[in-house]
Structures are given as structure tokens and as C-alpha cells.
Design a binder for this molecule. Structure first.
Ligand SMILES: NC(=O)c1ccc[n+]([C@@H]2O[C@H](COP(=O)([O-])OP(=O)(O)OC[C@H]3O[C@@H](n4cnc5c(N)ncnc54)[C@H](OP(=O)(O)O)[C@@H]3O)[C@@H](O)[C@H]2O)c1
Length: 299
């Protein structure tokens, strides 16, 4: 099959190329799909850049997000069959013609493959952080980084759960964040005062999707570090906030994402759909840190 691969870590634009590689197959508990769209996440270019150590010992396919059509069902898997349209988390890479998924949900019929392919990590993470906060309808949550992949999903899920949402973004994305159902404000210095002006009744929870140093402000706003979750500031645990990186239960969270998609309560703007050959450019754009929505690769 055709796949994007890297054999050494480095700048994605330099080390990624498209090559013929052996097709993967679905082992026990997994399914294989013919990939229709593979979303780009910051973790992808971080890993290609060397986050997890030195160069791999074999050509390695990057990517986690994928949507496509099932063509192999591994031993022990129930509830899905060949021909079903699904989206989920790839194990062994998603930037390829075929991908093996370790967690998935059925794609709603009305959801384009590009949108479903851009949602597994962002959508699953959004459900995870809101579950960790455990807020009640009517309570107020601040989402720092509301115009990025995880932020867009988190704002919409929080609105669907009946929360009042304040979302931070750059100047160019203020009205976009409002369109998601949040009260927009700028990120950065002065955040506490701006949020207090928007939420005179107080703030019940904070989500840091950006890892740009907002955690202390979110603790100040909530008055309780356990009511703050970060997905990107791994030093923040010492403040007593919740730091989350993943874990069990992905399929159930993807199922919730699928339900919200089907109900029209969740959408994800596709900022760009690139052919596989342009993976280096897509990763470089994601690394710039201001993509509104998701970039996806089309194999
Ligand atoms: N731990 C986990 O489970 C987990 C899961 C998924 C992602 N992540 C991590 O979470 C981070 C975000 O992922 P993503 O996919 O949402 O990234 P993304 O789509 O690239 O979004 C980044 C967002 O950050 C915003 N931003 C830029 N500078 C900021 C600042 N100083 N303060 C606040 N926001 C700022 C940008 O807003 P503007 O464009 O409006 O400036 C942009 O919308 C990445 O580091 C990723 O690796 C962790």
C-alpha cells in the first residue's frame, strides 16, 4: 500500500515521504479500514520530531486519527463488519491507504469522512476532559485555546452538556468562538480580569488545551486546582490540577462523539484536506499553531 513514512526523526518537511509498504492486518480486538481521511494532530509532528526518542528502526507510518471503510475484522470483535464506515484511533499509523484501529465508533451517515477523520483525538479528548471536571448544567467553564482542534470540540460538547462556556482565542478567531456557542475572550496576560468581567457569578471549571501557561490563571478563577484540567502543560501537576494524556475507555468516548455528530450538536471545520504526498506541508501548518479546525490527509 501507499503510506507516508519516516525512517529518521526530524523536521517533518524533511523526513516524511510516500512509499510502498506492506499492508497491516487486524489482529485480535482490532479492525482494519481503507482510509478515506486521516486527521493531523500536534502529537503526530511531535513524534516525527523526536518526542519519543531517536529514529525508528524501520519505516514508520505516522498518525492516529482515521476514518474509512472496514475491510478486516480481527478475532473477538463484535458490532462491526466489513463495509461499515467508522472513525477512530489507529495503532501503527493512519497516514496510509489502510490503517488498523484499536478503538472506533460508527460514522454517522451524514458526517463527511473528512470531518470524522479529523475528530478521533480531538473529540475523544474533549469528552475525557469534561468527564474529569464533572460539572453540572448551568455551571461555567473556561476553555483556553477554544479555536484549536481540541478546543472546538470541547466548547461544543460543553454547550451540549448545558454548561456556560468562555473560550479564549486569538483576535482573528473571536467571532468564530462565539459561533461555537461560547463567550469569546483573548488568551494571555489579563485573562483573570477578562473572564471575571464575563462571568461575575464565578467560574466552576477550567480546561487548558494550549499548554501556554494559563493553568495558574485557571486555578485562580476556579479557586480549586482539581477543577482545572490540562492536556498540554505536563509540569502543572505540581499545582494539583488534573493532567490527562489518555487511557482506557476510548471507544465509549468516541461513541459519544458519534452521537453528538448525528444529533447535529458537534461539527469540526476542515481547514485543509491534503493529498498524502503533502504530509510535510500539512504537519508544518499544524506546527504553526493557529489552524482553525483540522487538517486531514487524503490517501
Ligand atoms: N493530553 C492529551 O490527551 C492531548 C490530546 C490532544 C491534544 N493534546 C495536545 O494539546 C495541544 C492542543 O492540541 P490541538 O489539536 O487542539 O492543537 P491545535 O489545533 O493546533 O490548536 C492550537 C490552538 O492553540 C491556540 N493558541 C495559540 N497560542 C495560544 C496561547 N498563547 N494561549 C492559548 N491558546 C493559544 C490557537 O488559537 P488561535 O489560532 O486563535 O491563536 C489554536 O487554536 C497540543 O499540544 C496537543 O499535542 C493533548
Amino acid at each position: 500500500m501507499r503510506a507516508a513514512v519516516y525512517t529518521e526523526t526530524g523536521d517533518p518537511a524533511d523526513v516524511l515521504r510516500v512509499a510502498e509498504v506492506a499492508e497491516p492486518h487486524a489482529g485480535p480486538g482490532h479492525i482494519r479500514i481503507a482510509v478515506r481521511a486521516a486527521g493531523v494532530n500536534p502529537i503526530d509532528w511531535k513524534i516525527v520530531g523526536g518526542l519519543r526518542g531517536g529514529s525508528p528502526d524501520h519505516p514508520t507510518v505516522p498518525g492516529i486519527d482515521a476514518a474509512g471503510v472496514v475491510d478486516e475484522v480481527g478475532a473477538g470483535v463484535t458490532g462491526v463488519r466489513a463495509g461499515d464506515a467508522v472513525f477512530g484511533h489507529a495503532t501503527g499509523g493512519s497516514a496510509a491507504e489502510h490503517a488498523v484501529l484499536s478503538a472506533w465508533a460508527h460514522k454517522p451517515a451524514g458526517t463527511p469522512f473528512e470531518v470524522a477523520g479529523g475528530l478521533p483525538v480531538a473529540g475523544e479528548t474533549a469528552v475525557r476532559v469534561l468527564d474529569l471536571l464533572g460539572l453540572e448544567p448551568g455551571q461555567t467553564v473556561v476553555v483556553d485555546g477554544a479555536s484549536g482542534g481540541v478546543g472546538i470540540a470541547t466548547v461544543q460538547l460543553a454547550v451540549a452538556r448545558g454548561l456556560v462556556v468562555i473560550g479564549t482565542a486569538g483576535e482573528a478567531n473571536q467571532e468564530f468562538v462565539r459561533s461555537l456557542g461560547a463567550l469569546p475572550t483573548r488568551y494571555g496576560a489579563g485573562l483573570v480580569d477578562r473572564v471575571r468581567a464575563l462571568a461575575p457569578g464565578g467560574v466552576d471549571g477550567g480546561v487548558d488545551t494550549a499548554g501556554r501557561g494559563s493553568v495558574r490563571d485557571l486555578v485562580t478563577l476556579t479557586g480549586n486546582p482539581t477543577k482545572v484540567v490540562t492536556i498540554a502543560d505536563f509540569a502543572a501537576g505540581e499545582l494539583g490540577v488534573q493532567v490527562t494524556t489518555g487511557g482506557e475507555g476510548q471507544a465509549a468516548r468516541l461513541a459519544e462523539v458519534a452521537e453528538l455528530l448525528a444529533a447535529g450538536r458537534l461539527d469540526m471545520p476542515i481547514a485543509g484536506a491534503y493529498p498524502l504526498e503533502q504530509i510535510g506541508a500539512a504537519y508544518t501548518e499544524s506546527r504553526g499553531g493557529h489552524v482553525r479546525g483540522k487538517l486531514v490527509l487524503i490517501p
